[in-house]
Design a protein around this ligand. Structure first.
Ligand SMILES: [Zn+2]
Length: 472
């Protein structure tokens, strides 16, 4: 007869870190389909994404930047006739380049006729250059930069030093508004860097052989320097045509690691994200931080809980303003004297730094595009599906199933704070109860996870704004 020994629990991370109510859920998850969520539980890296990330080439990024510099200016108002100089030649080259990568990649101009307004001084044809890599579903993940450039006397350095004056005020404009603006404006960092990153990711994604769930869009915006014009027009079209844009990764000034003050930082990247705390944009920023750290641990993502830097703007805001989740990647240390200046040349670029930023974009965009869509946590009356039932003191969460999900991961954090503090994988269920967790003290959210462990971004339970009724 065998002797039965008492079972001892090893003091592993699960039991040390997770409280009693969570253990209940762990067992619930095991009961509802352990074998299918093993990969997800283990948080394994996807070898296909590892390969995709490692195929990003500094040499290719450098070649694209030198080509973009060779057009001398890509100003929205520059001449379009020459075949080797100006915005017309540049956009044609970007289109032809992206057409070469793969028969799966659909490259085209996204064209608009713009009448004079704001900084657009004459009628102009504006062309975003976009390349679509169709996925299994129509939901879209964008990687973007802007290919247009600008240079003014003194550049951004003089603008910063002189205070809030508008450098594009009418007095600063040429006497003849119809004359092309053909002055030298190389724009290798602003935003050749974001453009080269976008083109390089179009190459590696379209040649990866990976069958993505989301449709990926590689977008080189036009007219950014005139007020995000190309991005605003495309975002307006997306609203009108009900194009389901799930996320926009915008890269603008991401290629220089040496600040104008001499401080060097080649190991971090800022990601600007508009609020409030649990806006779609913040969810996207947290997602990039989480998955960037997994696949590119040598490069730290620094989310910024603000729309952008003081007095500066970028194309992500054009999407934010129409309700889409969008963030802006910005190098950590800027050299303002090169920006919007003839000195924005290839010499100001660090290719290893730009490549690291490209890898963070690639890892997080690939994970998002392979994952199921984020689960809906709001009912058809616009209310978050969270309650204190059944005891009146519990966290009771419900969500809509996400196609392709085999598990869900619940996240929570104390209600004073920005980063998720805890997470817990549950099975293929659409509700969970966390006993004795006071929903008023924590922010809670849920992400969808597929069989290979790809995770959507987190849908958070947010109280809707209350309507104010004036007291009579
Ligand atoms: Zn820019």
């Amino acid at each position: 007869m065998m002797m039965r020994r008492p079972v001892r629990l090893k003091p592993d991370a699960t039991y040390v870190c997770v409280s009693a109510f969570a253990k209940v859920l762990v067992f619930a998850a095991v009961a509802s389909g352990f074998s299918r969520i093993t990969a997800a539980q283990q948080n394994e890296l996807d070898p296909r994404i590892v390969k995709l990330v490692s195929s990003i080439s500094e040499e290719r990024l450098g070649a694209v930047l030198k080509k973009l510099e060779s057009f001398e200016t890509r100003n929205t108002l520059s001449s379009t006739d020459p075949t080797t100089r100006g915005v017309g030649a540049a956009r044609q080259w970007i289109l032809d380049e992206m057409k070469r990568f793969s028969p799966k990649l659909q490259a085209s101009f996204d064209t608009y006729q713009v009448t004079p307004q704001g900084r657009i001084t004459r009628p102009v044809e504006l062309r975003n250059v976009m390349a679509i890599l169709p996925g299994r579903s129509p939901r879209r993940v964008y990687i973007s930069g802007h290919y247009d450039t600008v240079a003014r006397p003194g550049g951004q350095g003089a603008t910063n030093a002189s205070g809030p004056a508008d450098p594009d005020a009418p007095a600063a404009r040429p006497a003849d508004p119809n004359a092309p603006l053909d002055n030298l404006a190389p724009g290798v960092n602003d935003d050749g860097s974001g453009t080269a990153l976008t083109i390089e990711l179009a190459r590696v994604f379209s040649q990866s052989g990976i069958d993505f769930d989301a449709t990926l869009v590689f977008m080189c915006h036009a007219g950014e320097e005139q007020g995000l014009v190309g991005a605003r027009l495309h975002a307006q079209k997306a609203v009108a045509e009900k194009i389901p844009i799930e996320a926009v990764f915008n890269n603008d000034i991401v290629g220089n690691d040496k600040g104008g003050n001499g401080i060097i930082d080649g190991a971090t990247i800022r990601v600007y994200s508009e609020g409030p705390e649990d806006s779609p944009s913040r969810s996207l920023a947290r997602f990039i931080q989480r998955w960037g750290a997994r696949y590119v641990p040598s490069h730290r993502v620094r989310p910024m809980s603000r729309a952008d830097r003081f007095g500066r703007g970028g194309d992500h805001s054009a999407y934010n303003q129409l309700g889409f989740a969008a963030v802006g990647f910005r190098e950590s240390r800027e050299n303002f004297t090169r920006q919007h200046d003839v000195r924005d040349t290839f010499e100001g670029i660090s290719l290893p730094y730009l490549a690291q930023n490209a890898r963070v974009n690639a890892a997080s965009a690939a994970t998002l595009a392979l994952a199921p869509p984020p689960p809906g946590v709001v009912n058809d009356r616009g209310q978050p599906m969270i309650s204190r039932a059944p005891s009146g003191y519990d966290a009771n969460l419900r969500w809509n199933p996400s196609s392709g999900a085999v598990a869900y991961r619940i996240f929570w954090r104390e209600a004073w704070g920005l980063d998720w503090q805890h997470d817990l994988l549950v099975g293929n269920v659409t509700s969970a109860v966390l006993p004795n967790m006071q929903i008023d003290d924590f922010v809670l959210g849920v992400a969808a996870v597929d069989a290979a462990g790809h995770e959507s971004f987190v849908s958070a339970y947010v109280a809707p704004a209350r309507a104010t009724v004036p007291i009579r």
